[in-house]
Design a protein around this ligand. Structure first.
Ligand SMILES: [Zn+2]
Length: 148
């Protein structure tokens, strides 16, 4: 899925490990629907996607936008570093997601959930929707406190 050579963007992974020492894996993708969401105007940059499903709440939770910098620009690493201290998942503007997990399986599960939720979000554009309420999100978080 990623077209870049691993070394070209390895600094993204290092920036996350540096801020999240408990992370066993960091996944960075150029997955189509996640990239599509990273391009949309008028979303809340503090939390781009709504709580569509319980699994999104459990595995991703919150998705901040990292401003655009050209690939290889060390300002991108600094922006990722600044976001990773408080978030295990983030979306690089006009680029793609960076997701950390306790191990590779957890990071991949969260990245897949993010991509599927981005796909649902794009499918729902222009439709009347009923996302999870704040109370429902709180209920999911209470029932699965270790998932995010
Ligand atoms: Zn990339």
């Amino acid at each position: 899925m990623a077209s870049d050579k691993p070394t070209k963007e390895s600094f993204l992974h290092l920036a996350v490990y540096d801020q999240r020492p408990g992370s066993g894996a960091v996944v960075h993708l150029h997955a189509t629907y996640s990239v599509a969401v990273s391009v949309l105007a008028d979303l809340d940059p503090a939390d781009l996607l709504p709580p569509i499903t319980a699994y999104y709440v459990m595995r991703v939770g919150k998705l901040p936008l990292v401003p655009f910098y050209a690939p290889g620009d060390m300002k991108l690493a600094e922006a990722v570093r600044g976001t990773a201290s408080a978030h295990h998942a983030m979306l690089l503007a006009n680029h793609g997601p960076v997701v950390a997990g306790s191990d590779l399986s957890a990071a991949l599960d969260a990245a897949e959930e993010l991509e599927e939720t981005a796909r649902l979000f794009m499918l729902l554009q222009g439709q009347r929707t009923r996302y999870l309420t704040d109370g429902q999100v709180a209920g999911v978080r209470a029932a699965f406190p270790n998932d995010v």
